[in-house]
Design a binder for this molecule. Structure first.
Ligand code: NAD
Length: 227
């Protein structure tokens, strides 16, 4: 079945809830309980989980550590993920210095910038390298994800550099839509082969503020949309 992206976002939420329950020594939960804590319906919880298997016993609910372990496995968080950050300005440095990523097995393995004042600096035990070195670096050190924290007008080229180097996942913080490079094939233009199976996730807190502005001005619309 096609799994909606919103279901994956909810899995991440369920996992966070399960981790919380675990720290509170709660050992059992149910779709009703998870639903209430995630503010979705119990039907939604069951449906989201059903995409990936059967994790509970009918009428018995779920064992917290087991469901947690399964969600960790489904999301791929039981393995190490090597991450590079491209753009080590304010945001790139803030991300690199934020300790949360190491709660999971996300590991920063390389930091890149083009500014000579930043290249060569040590940030969190890593020496910032020039973006020109990205290709060589990735051929020597497998990289799973690239975080793009470059200015908007640099994001497209930096994304292409990551994909050319073989990176398959990009977390894009720049407020631009990344376009795959296209090639002509038999008169039709299609994404270049290097873009096959590349996933881009956009993170944009300003977009969140814009939605918030709208909903503060139109509170009844928000209610109508969630009903
Ligand atoms: P900044 O100017 O402080 O840092 C950008 C850095 O990118 C600079 O150090 C610059 O030298 C470097 N750079 C430029 N071209 C590069 C390239 N080709 N390869 C590697 N590095 C390169 O900017 P900032 O405030 O850190 O913001 C970075 C990006 O993040 C911007 O696009 C900004 O709009 C965006 N942003 C997003 C969010 C969000 O929530 N998604 C929040 C803040 C900023």
């Amino acid at each position: 079945a096609d799994i909606p992206t919103a279901a994956i976002s909810r899995l991440v939420t369920y996992l966070r809830i399960l981790e919380q329950l675990e720290t509170q020594d709660v050992s059992r939960t149910s779709s009703n309980d998870l639903a209430e804590r995630a503010q979705v319906s119990a039907f939604q919880v069951r449906k989201d989980l059903a995409y990936f298997g059967r994790f509970g016993t009918r009428g018995m609910g779920y064992t917290v550590p087991i469901l947690k372990r399964e969600l960790v496995r489904v999301l791929g968080l039981n393995r190490t993920w090597s991450v590079v950050i491209v753009g080590m300005g304010r945001l790139g440095q803030a991300i690199a210095n934020y300790p949360g990523a190491s709660d999971y097995r996300f590991q920063y393995v390389g930091l890149f910038d083009v500014n000579p004042q930043i290249v060569g600096q040590n940030i969190r035990d890593l020496r910032v390298q020039h973006t020109e070195q990205l290709g060589d670096f990735v051929s020597a050190t497998p990289v799973d994800m690239g975080f793009l924290a470059v200015p908007p007008d640099r994001a497209q080229d930096a994304a292409q550099a990551l994909v050319d180097a073989g990176v398959r996942g990009i977390l894009n913080f720049a407020p631009v839509v990344i376009q795959p490079r296209t090639t002509e094939r038999g008169g039709v233009s299609e994404p270049g082969d290097e873009w096959r199976n590349v996933t881009i996730e956009n993170v944009d807190f300003l977009a969140g503020m814009k939605r918030l502005a709208f909903y503060i001005l139109n509170p009844t619309l928000k209610a109508a949309l969630t009903e």
